[in-house]
Design a protein around this ligand. Structure first.
Ligand SMILES: [Zn+2]
Length: 197
């Protein structure tokens, strides 16, 4: 690789991306170098823009543009009476793509691990309770994954919502054990939503 430290650094960073190893990282870097103006420059600018202008919404946990606000919980034209609670943004994107569900999302940003008191306050659960109270929500659909952590988190959320009297449902048994929402096909997601209980 000619010992050019800038290139080595870029290869090192790209190979940390999901699904890429050093070999594909090198191919990507070469492609970028060969398309300096068409690809590398706009990509560098776009990365900088996303870094500057996109962040997680503090209320609902999804991604928002810092200039236009959160289109899930702040500037949504439609009014919904449901909130679907997921572990991460990839789960939200899968459910959105499948068009199975119409409603708000709430992204926890993880699960409670089996160790007690771990980062409960980071999971945006108190802000979920606030949203349920303030936005006249009638149903909270918990779509955490079918892992031990996912189940523990679901119980904790249900418990936290007890006083609000909101209907709380959980995606159906159709979920394979250990199944993460992100990796489910549309058919499985559809039946999991339809048969929630
Ligand atoms: Zn939001």
């Amino acid at each position: 690789m000619q010992n050019i430290s800038e290139i080595e650094e870029l290869v090192r960073l790209i190979s940390k991306l999901p699904g890429l190893g050093p070999k594909s990282a090198k191919r990507i870097v070469l492609k970028l170098i060969n398309t300096r103006n068409e690809l590398m420059k706009p990509m560098a600018n776009s990365l900088a823009e996303v870094y500057r202008n996109v962040s997680r919404c503090k209320a609902c946990g999804t991604l928002k543009s810092n200039s236009t606000g959160c289109n899930n919980c702040e500037v949504n034209d439609k009014k919904f009476n449901k909130i679907c609670v997921v572990e991460n943004i990839a789960d939200q994107w899968s459910i959105e793509n499948s068009s199975i569900y119409q409603g708000y999302y709430h992204i926890l940003g993880g699960t409670l691990s089996s160790s007690p008191n771990q980062r409960k306050e980071d999971l945006l659960i108190s802000s979920l309770v606030d949203r349920v109270k303030n936005d006249s929500i009638e149903e909270v659909i918990i779509a955490t994954s079918a892992t031990v952590e996912g189940q523990t988190t679901a119980h904790y959320i249900k418990d936290s919502l007890k006083d609000t009297k909101v209907k709380v449902s959980r995606l159906a048994q159709g979920l394979p054990v250990g199944g993460e929402i992100e990796s489910l096909d549309d058919g499985t997601l559809f039946s999991a939503f339809k048969n929630r209980s």
